[in-house]
Design a protein. Structure first.
Length: 209
């Protein structure tokens, strides 16, 4: 299956994508993670992205799409994949279509803005392997450290005022994708629940897996 996960920052799409990935045996492709990988590996597109990242600028669409294209060409994507964090805009989705990518489903995780602001303050990430945890919903078995042993950190953009600003951008730029994919008959709405396992159950049901 080829699946896209949509949802506001902090809605839990990364966590649900992981569970679906395990269930189906297909990779989860997080845009942020593959940009970091491409930058580290020094691929052609990675080096271009590095210039933008180093000056704190947004990586342009054509570069992001180039990196996604490089990643989708790898053999582990032959049986399907999950895109998390891409596309972010309708033009990106149109480019994905133009690349000939045929999707099976687009899951939109629905969580209220208030709940998201509360959730994000508990999020912790690993600077080494990019794994993400939550102090309440998904604590690391190693306490304040990742399973790889690296101390976990709080991202600057998880601060409440920054989260609200990111939510505004999501509603204006990314939410229109729901209509875009809804018109194609691909959209599956999943209401986020308090318990991760309840959301997972609904996500699996929406995908019929």
């Amino acid at each position: 299956m080829k699946i896209i996960f949509l949802g506001a920052p902090g809605a839990g799409k990364g966590t649900q994508a992981e569970y679906v990935s395990e269930r189906l045996g297909i990779p989860t492709i997080s845009t942020g993670a593959i940009i970091r990988e491409a930058t580290k590996a020094g691929t052609e597109m990675g080096l271009v992205a590095k210039e933008y990242v180093e000056r704190g600028a947004l990586v342009p669409d054509d570069v992001v799409i180039g990196i996604v294209k490089e990643r989708l060409a790898k053999s582990d994507c032959d049986k399907g994949y999950i895109l998390d964090g891409f596309p972010r805009t309708v033009p990106q989705a149109e480019t994905l279509d133009a690349m000939g990518v045929k999707l099976d489903a687009v899951v939109s995780l629905e969580v209220s803005d208030e709940v998201i602001v509360e959730r994000m303050s508990g999020r912790r990430v690993c600077s080494n392997c990019s794994k993400s945890y939550h102090t309440v919903y998904k604590p690391s078995p190693n306490g304040d450290a990742c399973e790889c042993g690296t101390p976990l950190t709080v991202r600057a953009d998880d601060a409440p005022d920054v989260v609200r600003s990111r939510l505004t951008v999501y509603h204006s730029s990314t939410e229109p994708l729901k209509k875009f994919y809804g018109d194609k008959g691909l959209l599956r709405i999943v209401e986020g629940q308090d318990k991760v396992e309840d959301t997972t159950e609904r996500t699996f049901a929406a995908l019929g897996i």
